[in-house]
Design a protein around this ligand. Structure first.
Ligand code: NJP
Length: 224
């Protein structure tokens, strides 16, 4: 039986690229995001034998419960979970920032991520699996007034706390910290940035280590 990777934020960018890389490496993938049309297109590309579209707003707890149930029912077990759904700021800083955007960033980047981690744990304990969280270079830097950056400082701290909680369970935890990546996260193209495939490669590197190796954190930045 092939291994199963559950990916949030799978409809575009880093999540979609990781789904492609994982299927190429022999994984089955459970694809979670709100955009059903994009997930269906990705399933058509990857093949229904290896990919399942699970339309879900990760800020809704019941929807995430259903997503994990659907993935486990379809593939029998979940070997890895990539908590990757996230969004950025509509304006930089706190003074110029938009309060509703603060709420949405905190809901998706922080609250929903904790729900994904909690729901993942029983599956990953059973499979001696792997939990990966998308942080950011912004969680390793001081960006004036940035609420987005602070959500990624949360991810950085939370990944370490989860690793400590799970240290005796055989579950590995990896915090993936990209620099700028050319994805729909931005409204305009970023030609000097990393490609989503670069981050997918980092995720697969962490996933494919032998059982005696832990990769707590990867920082992957563009050269320019
Ligand atoms: O962006 P994008 P990335 N419920 O916009 C999903 C971090 N990061 O791949 O729901 C469920 O292509 C959304 O799906 P949909 C970043 O913070 C990026 O670059 O259909 N899903 C889509 O699949 C984030 O954590 C850069 O709209 C929800 C996905 O999230 C991660 O990388 C740098 C959702 C976003 O895909 C992936 O971002 C860095 C919800 N409520 C960290 N809300 C960068 N691009 O430069 C959103 O350091 N999604």
């Amino acid at each position: 039986m092939s291994k199963t990777l559950f990916i949030t934020g799978a409809s575009s960018g880093i999540g979609a690229a990781t789904a492609r890389a994982a299927v190429a490496a022999g994984y089955s993938v459970a694809l979670v995001a709100r955009s059903e049309d994009k997930l269906d297109t990705l399933v058509s590309e990857l093949g229904e034998d290896h990919a399942l579209a699970i339309p879900c707003d990760v800020t809704e707890v019941d929807a995430q419960v259903g997503a994990f149930e659907a993935a486990a029912t379809r593939f029998g077990k979940i070997d890895a979970v990539f908590a990757n759904a996230g969004l950025g700021a509509s304006a930089s800083g706190t003074e110029k920032g938009d309060i509703e955007n603060f709420r949405t960033m905190i809901d998706v980047n922080i609250f929903a991520l904790t729900v994904t981690a909690k729901l993942a744990i029983p599956h990953l304990k059973a499979s001696k699996g792997h939990l990966l969280l998308t942080g950011s270079r912004a969680g390793h830097a001081t960006l004036p007034g940035s609420v987005y950056g602070a959500t990624k400082w949360f991810v950085r701290g939370y990944a370490d706390n989860l690793a400590a909680e799970l240290s005796d369970s055989g579950v590995r935890v990896t915090n993936i910290n990209p620099g700028m990546v050319d994805t729909p996260f931005f409204d305009e193209a970023k030609p000097d940035a990393l490609r989503p495939e670069d981050i997918a490669g980092a995720v697969m590197f962490a996933l494919q280590q032998p059982p005696n190796v832990s990769v707590p954190s990867i920082q992957i930045y563009p050269m320019r």
